[in-house]
Design a protein around this ligand. Sequence first.
Ligand SMILES: Nc1ncnc2c1ncn2[C@@H]1O[C@H](COP(=O)(O)OP(=O)(O)O)[C@@H](O)[C@H]1O
Ligand SMILES: [Mg+2]
Length: 269
Amino acid sequence: MATSQPTTHAAKGEPILKLRGVSKQFGAVSALTDIDLDINAGEVVALVGDNGAGKSTLVKVLAGVHQPTAGSIEFMGQPVTLDSPGKALEMGIATVFQDLALCENLDVVANLFLGHELKPWALDEVQMEVRAWTLLRELAARIPSVREPIASLSGGQRQTVAIARSLLLDPKIIMLDEPTAALGVAQTAEVLNLIERVRDRGHGVVLISHNMEDVRAVADRIVVLRLGRNNGIFTAETSNSELVAAITGATENAVSRRRARKEELEQPA
Ligand SMILES: Nc1ncnc2c1ncn2[C@@H]1O[C@H](COP(=O)(O)OP(=O)(O)O)[C@@H](O)[C@H]1O
Ligand SMILES: [Mg+2]
């Protein structure tokens, strides 16, 4: 009997992904410089920063879309090369991109299994429906019927379906790009609850968000990027003004100050 129970998750707090000194150049543009990032099992890491800070580039590096130009990535203790989206997914790094990529005219079950047709358990309609229900119930998702077409669902419900779809592959890490950006208050709360349930199943969650209230509500750690560099790691207890200062550059951490100073000295006169 197929179930949606996770089988291979790391224990809570166990390191899943370790980035060290990761950089990404696009020609002359340094989108990421010397990024360190740890993602552990059963934790929500929020990735915040102003437009152009490098959040999407970092997610694309982890999703196997972009190759870093320097640095190392360790997954479950092993050095890895994420050289294609398929490889990242297979390894257990799932991404819910902002556009969700759901099919409006298909129902919830069909959308959940879209692209997973090659899995043996995805061939049987009854099994797929049972599996869909089991997973959605476990996530306490408020979806009236799994035979409902996506077109008739709310924004929060669509986000839920997109997140549930990536959980079917039982990833170690799930990255969510602005999952609440288009949602009202009640639907945002629904998605934040869902994120907590996903974390409690033992997945490592990377949450990109512009909304500091959302971030503070669910994040175990808040990682600030500024101009492609690490600019501090904070907790949910950090004040809004402190976070905003790190995001806008009113405060820069000692490392980036030293680096900026060094670069200044190295500038040809
Ligand atoms: N494919 C690309 N080619 C050239 N420059 C890029 C590309 N993708 C991102 N950049 C640049 O990298 C920097 C970081 O962008 P991005 O990762 O999209 O930031 P964020 O998601 O935090 O807004 C920006 O200066 C952006 O213009
Ligand atoms: Mg972006």
